[in-house]
Design a protein. Structure first.
Ligand code: 5RP
Ligand code: MG
Length: 218
């Protein structure tokens, strides 16, 4: 199986930090992560200029803009890619026409779109459609508000691992050095970590632990 052969990428989600704190963190962590995510709250606070700042200051990192696009996809994906994003997210619940527009614009730019599966009721069925529409990455995601109710993305990842064999899978929602091994068993292509690094007492230590686990596979 091809997905068993590759080392997952580590995506650092920056949600609750200020622009200045984001730079301090990234200066420490840039060698440990592969993708830096402009988290949705960061995007709301600073706008797309922070996407441009990250892509200029950390040219060896991929930048993901967590725009969670739901409509007007042609315009919105273009705005994100023009600002320097390598990946843009959209909400998988949206209409197939919107998905198609995201994929077309990404392909035109040589970039990628990630489907955020938050709140999708039938994950395998939706994933099948997204694959047929050419979506580049499918992200299993338990949101922050759902996490507060004790939910995790583990069972959803297991379910999608059964049904998706071609499109790379990402996983997000409360992943930390403590629970990472459970997720690695299902061979995600991208592991997304926010608070598990940014809220740790030693963010660089947490990132190093996660990086090492990803390299060794457990
Ligand atoms: C919330 C998000 C977060 O970026 C994502 O959940 C990762 O953060 P954490 O690891 O803290 O859950 O997109 O909607
Ligand atoms: Mg996010």
């Amino acid at each position: 199986l091809f997905f068993a052969m590759t080392t997952p990428l580590l995506q650092l989600a920056l949600d609750h930090v200020t622009r200045d704190d984001a730079f301090v963190l990234l200066d420490q962590l840039e060698e440990l992560v592969d993708i830096v995510e402009v988290g949705t709250p960061l995007l709301m606070r600073y706008g797309l200029s922070i996407v441009s700042d990250f892509s200029t200051r950390y040219p060896h990192l991929k930048v993901l803009c967590d725009a969670k696009i739901m409509d007007a996809a042609d315009l919105e994906t273009r705005l994100c890619f023009d600002a320097g994003a390598d990946y843009v997210t959209f909400l998988a619940l949206t209409d197939d026409l919107t998905v198609r527009a995201c994929v077309e614009v990404a392909n035109e730019y040589g970039c990628q779109v990630m489907a955020d599966m938050i709140c999708v009721p039938d994950l395998p069925a939706r994933a099948l459609t997204l694959e047929s529409l050419g979506v580049h990455v499918i992200a299993v995601h338990t949101g922050v508000d759902q996490q507060a109710q004790g939910r995790t993305p583990l069972d959803d990842l297991a379910a999608l691992r059964e049904s998706v064999s071609v499109t790379p899978l990402a996983v997000a929602g409360g992943i930390s050095p403590r629970n990472l091994a459970e997720y690695l068993r299902y061979q995600p292509s991208i592991v997304i970590v926010g608070g598990g690094i940014t809220s740790a007492s030693d963010p660089a230590g947490a990132a190093r632990t996660i990086r090492q686990a990803i390299q060794t596979g457990h």
